[in-house]
Design a protein around this ligand. Sequence first.
Ligand code: ZN
Length: 337
Amino acid sequence: MEIKLQAPLDMHLHLRDEEMLHNIAKASSDTLSGAVIMPNLVPPMSSKEAVIAYKKRIFDAIGNSNFKPYMTLFFKPTYDKAFLEDIREEITAIKLYPAGITTNSEGGVSGFDVEELRGTLEAMSDLNIPLCIHGETNGFVMDREAEFVSIYEKLAAAFPKLKIVMEHITTKESVAALEKFDNLYATITVHHLLITLDDVAGGMLQPHLFCKPIAKRPEDREALLKVALAAHPKVMFGSDSAPHPQHAKENCGCAAGVFTAPIALQLLTELFEKHDALDHLQAFISDNAQSIYGVEPLNKTVTLEKKPFKVPANYNGVVPMYAGEEIAYTVKEVKIG
Ligand SMILES: [Zn+2]
């Protein structure tokens, strides 16, 4: 059996920088038409020059132009309209991190006072720049995302024309929020559709499945599966593939992030097939994102074949999800144009 996907997109991707960027960029660019690139480098992407220079480094690492990096800017409440107008052409979205919540998010937002954020968010709304949010509080780890939903709702109500993307949602509470506000959207990762906290910490600790937000309960995964498999028009695929060197994961201070880039399309195809939802895969993997973001991706067709694929133990120094295990689909062909 073969499945063809048109212009697959990853609407939440970490490509990192320098050596890591060179080691892992092609894991995404070989099969994807484009991806939304997260800005949490050191220092974070917060100027036009930095964004342009990073985009160039991404193309250098990929070695061709058959992939569109959709660049993002690291949110600061001090951006004014003139600055945003000037940078508008270079970016697809702005990413907001609560301070200190994940990898390189130290310069993020600490209070969510609407009036403090109003200047920047109104300008973004006027310029139609979507706001992507890593929605977690500093609360108890299992409750952080559910606690953040009231902040999503507060911002959605205060800025009704601003598109707000709840990134990598993991809870039934976030899924429910999608229905409450027209301007709330969400990305969902492949790993959160597959695992729960049990897979991470129910037996021997699995560092390569440890990520932020942490995988939650079975009923949360059910809620995510329900909207993903139906390709609910407000949800789209965003891998949050987040590579770390093997030593940073297999360490007593394990870094957060699951590296799924080389196998994400195969895993999604297997999952959608298992649930008899292959008809909706194209919308989840690309069409919904195109309507939500208004992007026009490069024409790329990926053919997946139902043929066992053994996931490499290591991908240029990074251990992927399901390393050494067999998955059901193999990428057979990628056609450009
Ligand atoms: Zn992320």
